[in-house]
Design a protein around this ligand. Structure first.
Ligand code: MLT
Length: 328
């Protein structure tokens, strides 16, 4: 074969290699264990959702999906870990509403909180509950509001750091009652719940995935759910509107992400597996026990997730700017 022809063939092979690797890589994906990063401590509400999703996705993908906790700084430590990971589909992030607030709350992040990720799909929206230590001197939301207004910063309100759902819920609560309490940050609401159970903090606003069992066991006091309607899992708990705080409403959406640059064929494969996982009977029944439900299938796509995420960033930006409280 003449030398020029051989060089042309080699050049053509080099050009087509990346393209061939794309579909081929996607066809073989996943060829090994996938890591799902949870940016909060183990045992908390985000971790609970992630482990159920990881187990069901693993069954669908025929590969192990391991959950790894990387807590701190309201979830931005774990998010940064994934933004900097190889974009090959083997490192994912399961995170919540904090992905919509961090772009405004954190002004000097070492990663791009929006363009550092590909969306895979939405997972669930989890209601929140306002709970207190068992001997807190109130039994209704109205009585709790009176205690908060009287005791002010003598009360300790626990959260999982600036930008966490428990932080945002606390912001809404304190704005609704026009009173600031002392906030005590943890690496997640699992350790925060332990402090509440021990009586070392007074109040916590957390997702039903982390409070339902303690409420049913009578280990904490509950004043309200932050949803327009009462929850089937907690039928005796009044809504915030019933309790006189109609503006105190928030639900915590969760989504699945991959690093920017992950091949579209790989994120589509992951989204397909997520959609199957969200129909898994074991996941659906456990979600129901914990007061939540999977999102509809059409929301568990990369496109629907990105559209919802961008809209929520735009929603929270003016709220955060009006509060004037930033993380850095
Ligand atoms: C957690 O998983 O610990 C919580 O989602 C933290 C929070 O956002 O309040």
């Amino acid at each position: 074969m003449p030398r020029f022809a051989r060089r042309a063939l080699l050049a053509l092979a080099a050009l087509s290699a990346p393209l061939a690797a794309g579909p081929a890589a996607a066809q073989q994906f996943p060829g090994r264990t996938i890591t799902m990063i949870v940016p909060f401590a183990a045992g908390g509400p985000t971790d609970t959702v992630a482990r159920l999703v990881a187990e069901a996705m693993g069954r669908e993908l025929g590969q192990t999906v391991v959950v790894e906790n990387a807590g701190g700084a309201g979830g931005t430590i774990g998010a940064q870990r994934v933004a900097n990971a190889r974009p090959d589909g083997y490192t994912l992030l399961l995170h919540h509403i904090g992905m919509a607030t961090a772009p405004t709350l954190y002004r000097r992040l070492a990663y791009d909180p929006v363009n550092g990720f590909e969306t895979v799909g939405l997972v669930t929206e989890v209601p929140m509950t306002l709970v207190a230590r068992k001997d807190f001197p109130a039994n209704t939301l109205q009585e709790a509001v009176a205690v908060i207004r009287r005791e002010k910063d003598k009360l300790n309100y626990a959260n999982a750091g600036i930008g966490a759902a428990s932080h945002l819920c606390g912001l809404l609560l304190m704005k609704s009652v026009d009173t600031a309490m002392t906030t005590v940050p943890f690496r997640g609401t699992a350790p925060a719940m332990q402090e509440l159970l021990s009586g070392r903090v007074d109040l916590l606003c957390d997702q039903t995935t982390n409070t339902t069992e303690q409420i049913k066991a009578g280990e904490v006091k509950v004043f309200t759910v932050t949803t327009p309607e009462r929850l089937a899992a907690l039928p005796d708990v009044p809504t915030s509107t019933e309790g006189g705080l109609p503006d105190f409403q928030v639900s915590v959406w969760h989504g699945l992400y991959a690093p920017k640059g992950t091949p579209a064929a790989v994120t589509q494969r992951l989204s397909q597996a997520l959609q199957v996982a969200l129909r898994d009977p074991r996941l659906v029944s456990r979600f129901a026990e914990l007061g939540t439900t999977p999102v509809a299938q059409e929301r568990a796509t990369p496109e629907a997730h990105r559209q919802f995420w961008m809209a929520d960033i735009a929603k929270w930006k003016p709220i955060i700017q009006a509060a004037g409280q930033y993380a850095d």
